[in-house]
Write a protein that binds this ligand. Structure first.
Ligand code: FDA
Length: 304
């Protein structure tokens, strides 16, 4: 039943008419549990609250798949505004972005030029930029662009998804090249030709990737709300004496807050991914699809 619901939610998340409808109804429907607001100021306020609770943040301006060059220019300008907003408030935060929002599907060269501009600004403001990983058709390009830019700058990282068969090989290459990687399970609907269909296999590869990247001494962001994976990573780190400057735990805004607080109390670095913006719908549907029980939470909001 959960699988049927998950597939339906993933389909709905890609529907353009549903996106338009959701925009009209704003962040009601319960999306405000997962999205910090539509304006940058609201997101920076959320970052302030997280910082006060001992957590760092990474800000993501929602919006994927720029449909035109001006749209991609606007997304890039927003990334720069985010970096400036973080610096102006002295916040403990950095930036996450999706290459499709910078026009990856339109013109690779112009997308890379926009990213270079953002990285230059991030360097000036002593910040850091993480490339989120999107669906599998964009994986090769994202890793390729990351490796190209990583040669000339340290303040850029990439996310790698444990559900893809290719990812263990990617982690070996990236670790050997000295990369800063965020490891995640993976959030998109992928065919069996490219991704493990069973959760147990995803979890096994996820743990293996975390340990391999840490063993290489590369900076590792362990991004999960899965307590078993977090405990296994903590045990591995303790057994190998990995310094706390080499890794951090990351979680999504509105999810796993008790676990976040626990890790902060134990002295681990915790960073919360804070998405905001008008294009919250696709992100929201991915969060529902991950845990179909969240749909009840949405229905309760609708009744109010
Ligand atoms: P899993 O799905 O097994 O969940 C473990 C437990 O966490 C659940 O039992 C539940 O308690 C809780 N939980 C998980 N999801 C929940 C939800 N939606 N609502 C309520 N509770 C929930 N993906 C991607 O493809 N590209 C990317 O760039 C990123 N970036 C990213 C950054 C950060 C900081 C995080 C934490 C995650 C991502 N992801 C991502 C998403 C990731 O791939 C994955 O879909 C989610 O983290 C959910 O998987 P878990 O690792 O939490 O495990």
């Amino acid at each position: 039943m959960d699988n049927v619901m998950r597939a339906a939610l993933q389909r709905l998340g890609r529907s353009r008419s549903a996106t338009r409808l959701a925009r009209r109804y704003g962040l009601r429907l319960g999306a405000s549990r997962f999205v910090a607001g539509v304006r940058l100021e609201e997101a920076l306020d959320a970052v302030g609250r997280l910082n006060a609770a001992g957590k760092a943040a990474t800000l993501d301006y929602l919006g994927e798949f720029a449909g035109s060059e001006p749209e991609a220019d606007r997304a890039a300008a927003m990334c720069v505004r985010i970096l400036e907003g973080i610096a102006a408030r002295g916040a403990d935060a950095n930036l996450s972005l999706k290459l499709s929002s910078l026009g990856l599907d339109l013109d690779r060269g112009r997308c890379v030029a926009r990213l270079r501009g953002i990285l230059q600004e991030a360097w000036r403001l002593r910040s850091f930029v993480r490339l989120d990983m999107e669906d599998s058709p964009r994986c090769e390009a994202t890793i390729g662009i990351y490796r190209e830019l990583r040669r000339s700058c340290d303040h850029v990282g990439v996310a790698v998804q444990a559900y893809l068969y290719r990812s263990m090989a990617d982690i070996r290459t990236l670790a050997a090249a000295g990369s800063n990687v965020r490891l995640v399970k993976g959030a998109y609907k992928e065919p069996e030709e490219v991704a493990f269909p069973h959760k147990a296999d995803v979890d096994a590869q996820f743990a293996e990737m975390i340990e391999h990247h840490l063993a290489y001494g590369r900076y590792t962001a362990i991004a999960t709300h899965d307590r078993a994976i977090v405990e296994r990573a903590k045990a591995w780190i303790a057994a190998h004496g990995t310094p706390r400057t080499r890794f951090e735990f990351q979680m999504l805004y509105g999810i796993g807050e008790a676990l976040q607080d626990e890790l902060v109390r134990e002295g681990y670095k915790v960073r919360v991914y804070v998405p905001f913006g008008e294009d919250w719908y696709g992100y929201f549907m991915r969060r529902l699809a991950e845990r179909p029980a969240n749909v009840w939470f949405v229905l309760r909001n609708l009744r109010r």
